[in-house]
Design a binder for this molecule. Structure first.
Ligand SMILES: *[C@@H]1O[C@H](CO)[C@@H](O)[C@H](O)[C@H]1NC(C)=O
Ligand SMILES: *[C@@H]1O[C@H](CO)[C@@H](O)[C@H](O)[C@H]1NC(C)=O
Ligand SMILES: *[C@@H]1O[C@H](CO)[C@@H](O)[C@H](O)[C@H]1NC(C)=O
Ligand SMILES: *[C@@H]1O[C@H](CO)[C@@H](O)[C@H](O)[C@H]1NC(C)=O
Length: 365
C-alpha cells in the first residue's frame, strides 16, 4: 500500500510537463466589489439566475451609471489599487460528457479521441448548440449596446478552439475588425489541464491560421507543453492559476473593461481567486463582476499547502470501482478499477474491458 505522504512526495518531486507557472513578482489581494451585479450577491439564487436578464446588472443601475461609477472608483483609488470589470464568458463543453454520464466519461471516454461517430479530442469543436449559445449572446450584447453597455476594451481567450469560436461568434462582428481589438490567447484560461483529450490544445501555427485576429501571450509555445495524459489539476491548482491570470492582466493591461473567454472549471478557480462567491458557470453564460486589486509589493505568498499546489494534481480523477453498465448504450462497455490506497488519492487506469450484452445491467468485471 502506498501511503499518502509517499504519493505527495512523488507528485511534488516529479518534474511534470503539466506544471503551470505563476507569474513571479506580481502579487495582489483581490475582492469583488458588491452592489453592481446580482451574481455576486449571496442572496441571489444561482439556479434561477439568467444572464440574459441584462447580464445581472442590479435594477437600480443603468449601464452608463455603472460605467461612471467604476471609472470614479479608479479615479479616486489610492496608489496601488485598481478596479476592473471582468466579463467572463463560458464556452460550451463536451456533449459526450452528458451522453455517457460523468462517471463513464471520467473513467474511460475522456481519454479517448471520440467514439467513432463524433470526435471530441484533441480539442473538439463547438457543437451546433454551442454555436447557437454564442450567437444568442451576440444578439444580447447588441441589444445592450443601445442602453450604453460598456464594451470590452481588451479580450483574453483560452487556446481551445471551442473558446476561440465562442469569442468569434459572440463578439466577432462587433470588435474583431482592423483597428479594433486583437484578443490575446492565454494558457491560463484553459480548462483543467491533463487527462481529458478535449482539453489538449492544438499548435500555435494552427490557431494562428484559424484565428487571424488573435494575438498570443508572450512565450506561448508551438505545441502544448502543459497537458499531461495522466495528471490533472486540483481545484487548489486552479485557484492559483486563476490568481496568476488576474495578477498578469492587472499588472500589464491598463484597460478597465476586460472580456475573458474560458471554461467552467478553470473559471471556478478564477472566481474564487477574485473573491467572488461560488457561482455556477453554466455553458454559454456571460458573468460580469467588478474586481478590486490592492497591490502587495512586499507580499511573500504563503507556501501553498497540499490542496493548493500549482500544477499537476496527485490524481487525475477518482473513479468509482464499478460503472453502471446500463448507462452505456453500446454492446461493449468498459469498467475501471480504482487503484485507491484508501486515501482517495489514486491515479486511475483503465484495467478491465467488459463485454456485455445490450440488455445486461451487470456491473461486475
Ligand atoms: C443597488 O442595489 C443593490 C442590491 O440591492 C445594493 O447593494 C446597492 O447598494 C444599490 N445601489 C444604489 C446606488 O442604491
Ligand atoms: C433556488 O431556486 C430553485 C428553483 O426554483 C429552488 O428549487 C431552490 O429551492 C431555490 N434555492 C433557494 C436557496 O431559495
Ligand atoms: C457517440 O456519442 C454521441 C453523443 O455524444 C452519440 O450521439 C453517438 O450515438 C455515439 N456513438 C456511438 C457509436 O456510441
Ligand atoms: C437561442 O435563442 C433562440 C431564440 O430566442 C432560442 O429559441 C434558443 O433556444 C436559444 N438557443 C440557446 C442554445 O440558448
Amino acid at each position: 500500500m502506498v501511503s499518502l505522504s509517499n504519493l505527495l512526495f512523488l507528485a511534488l518531486s516529479a518534474t511534470s510537463v503539466g506544471a503551470y507557472k505563476a507569474a513571479a513578482g506580481h502579487y495582489g489581494d483581490y475582492s469583488v466589489v458588491p452592489g453592481f451585479f446580482k451574481q455576486d450577491d449571496l442572496s441571489t439564487n444561482a439556479t434561477t439566475f439568467d444572464h440574459h436578464d441584462n447580464l445581472g446588472l442590479n435594477e437600480n443601475l443603468t449601464w452608463p451609471e455603472f460605467k461612471q461609477q467604476v471609472d470614479d472608483l479608479n479615479a479616486n483609488a489610492p496608489e496601488g489599487t485598481t478596479y476592473k470589470v471582468i466579463y467572463y464568458a463560458v464556452c460550451f463543453h463536451n456533449v459526450a460528457t452528458l451522453y455517457y454520464g460523468k462517471n463513464a466519461w471520467k473513467c474511460y471516454w475522456c481519454q479517448m479521441n471520440g467514439n467513432g461517430t463524433i470526435f471530441w479530442g484533441p480539442d473538439g469543436y463547438l457543437t451546433e448548440k454551442g454555436e447557437d449559445f454564442a450567437r444568442n449572446n451576440s444578439k444580447l450584447i447588441k441589444s445592450l449596446i443601445v442602453d450604453g453597455f460598456p464594451l470590452p476594451q481588451s479580450m483574453y481567450v483560452s487556446p481551445l478552439s471551442r473558446c476561440g469560436d465562442t469569442l468569434v461568434l459572440t463578439w466577432g462582428d462587433l470588435l474583431l475588425k482592423p483597428g479594433y481589438i486583437r484578443p490575446v490567447v492565454k494558457e491560463g484560461l484553459r480548462e483543467v489541464m491533463g487527462v481529458e483529450t478535449p482539453d489538449l490544445r492544438r499548435s500555435k501555427t494552427y490557431l494562428k491560421e484559424r484565428y487571424p485576429y488573435f494575438d498570443f501571450e508572450h512565450g506561448f509555445a508551438e505545441e502544448d507543453q502543459l497537458f499531461s495524459p495522466t495528471e490533472g489539476e486540483t481545484p487548489g491548482g486552479l485557484y492559483w492559476r486563476g490568481r496568476s491570470v488576474l495578477d498578469d492582466i492587472f499588472t500589464s493591461d491598463e484597460n478597465t473593461f476586460i472580456s475573458l473567454t474560458g471554461h467552467s472549471d478553470n473559471g471556478a478557480g478564477l472566481l474564487k481567486a477574485a473573491g467572488h462567491r461560488e457561482f455556477p458557470l453554466n455553458t454559454g453564460a456571460i458573468i460580469p463582476f467588478v474586481v478590486k486589486r490592492v497591490s502587495r509589493i512586499d507580499f511573500n505568498p504563503v507556501q501553498p499547502d497540499i490542496d493548493v499546489t500549482v500544477g499537476p494534481s496527485l490524481t487525475s480523477t477518482t473513479c468509482a470501482a464499478t460503472l453502471s453498465i446500463s448507462t452505456l448504450d453500446s454492446s461493449v462497455a468498459y469498467a475501471t478499477q480504482e487503484v485507491s490506497d484508501g486515501d482517495q488519492i489514486s491515479v486511475f487506469t483503465v484495467t478491465t474491458v467488459v463485454t456485455v450484452t445490450p440488455t445486461s445491467t451487470s456491473t461486475s468485471a
